[in-house]
Every structure is written in structure tokens, then in C-alpha cells.
Design a protein around this ligand. Structure first.
Ligand code: AMP
Length: 137
């Protein structure tokens, strides 16, 4: 695997570019997707340099999935939704655009899903929501 250390999520992890962070621990980071497919669309990434699900050791994956569970729970309580979609793309052939492993957590029904990476959301609204989500994490 040739991990691209200049990918946008690597830059977020290094603090080179900003993100609306909602949770962070030694193994993982959760932040808002700025082109949301539904209100509250959040991304969880491992700190380990993995491009796809095939590139991460089990220990890092377990901690990252624990963060996924926490964030799903926080989305449910913050947004008052019953359902949250988890989506994860492996490789450009599957539509992956950022080559750092990430889990999309999207609090909506499959039939309501907006187009992937299509349009930048309202940054003020995303920021406000990130503060609410962060407060319960
Ligand atoms: P994927 O196509 O599965 O690789 O998803 C990449 C996701 O990253 C898309 O949903 C984009 O909207 C999102 N994204 C791209 N750049 C940023 C950024 N700077 N901050 C937050 N989300 C981003």
C-alpha cells in the first residue's frame, strides 16, 4: 500500500486544515462532512495511516469502531432520529474519493440520501450542529 500523506484527511489529522471535530481519542477522530448527504453527516477516521479497510490492523479498527458506536449514539440523541446509515467505500472503483479510511455516519433513511460529495453544506449550520454533537460525546 502506498499511503498518500497529502490526502485531505491526513491534513486534518495533522491540524494543517480545519475541521468541525466532534470527538477525538488516541486512535480515532470524528468530524462533520462538509458536503453532507443529510443533516448531521459525520465522518469517523482512524489515526492509523490506512487507505481502505484492508489496510488497518485489528487493534486500530476495534477502537475506531467503538468511536463509530459512540457517534451513532450521539447522532440519535442530538438529532432525535431513529436510524443512522453507516457507509464505507473501499477504493476509487467503489467511489472512494479521499484515500484515508473513513466511515460515513448519515442520520437519515436510505431513500432520503442526498448525492455523494455533491454540494457544500451551510457551514454555519454544520458548525452549530457539531457543537451540539460534541457536547454529548
Ligand atoms: P468518499 O467519497 O467515501 O471518499 O468520501 C469522502 C467524503 O469526504 C465526502 O463525503 C466529502 O464530502 C468529504 N470531505 C471532503 N473534504 C472534506 C473536508 N475538508 N472536511 C470534511 N469532509 C470532507
Amino acid at each position: 500500500m502506498n499511503y498518500d500523506t497529502d490526502n485531505i484527511f491526513a491534513k486534518i489529522l495533522r491540524g494543517d486544515i480545519p475541521a468541525f471535530k466532534v470527538y477525538e481519542d488516541d486512535y480515532s477522530l470524528a468530524f462533520m462532512d462538509i458536503m453532507p448527504q443529510a443533516e448531521g453527516h459525520t465522518l469517523v477516521i482512524p489515526k492509523f495511516e490506512a487507505e481502505t479497510l484492508l489496510d488497518i490492523p485489528a487493534e486500530h479498527l476495534i477502537h475506531t469502531m467503538t468511536t463509530v458506536q459512540k457517534v451513532i449514539s450521539a447522532l440519535k440523541s442530538t438529532l432525535g432520529v431513529e436510524g443512522v446509515i453507516m457507509m464505507q467505500l473501499n477504493g476509487q472503483a467503489a467511489g472512494q474519493t479521499v484515500p484515508h479510511l473513513h466511515f460515513h455516519l448519515i442520520p437519515t433513511h436510505l431513500s432520503q440520501l442526498q448525492r455523494h460529495g455533491a454540494e457544500q453544506g451551510d457551514m454555519a449550520k454544520i458548525k452549530a450542529l457539531s457543537e451540539k454533537i460534541r457536547a454529548v460525546l
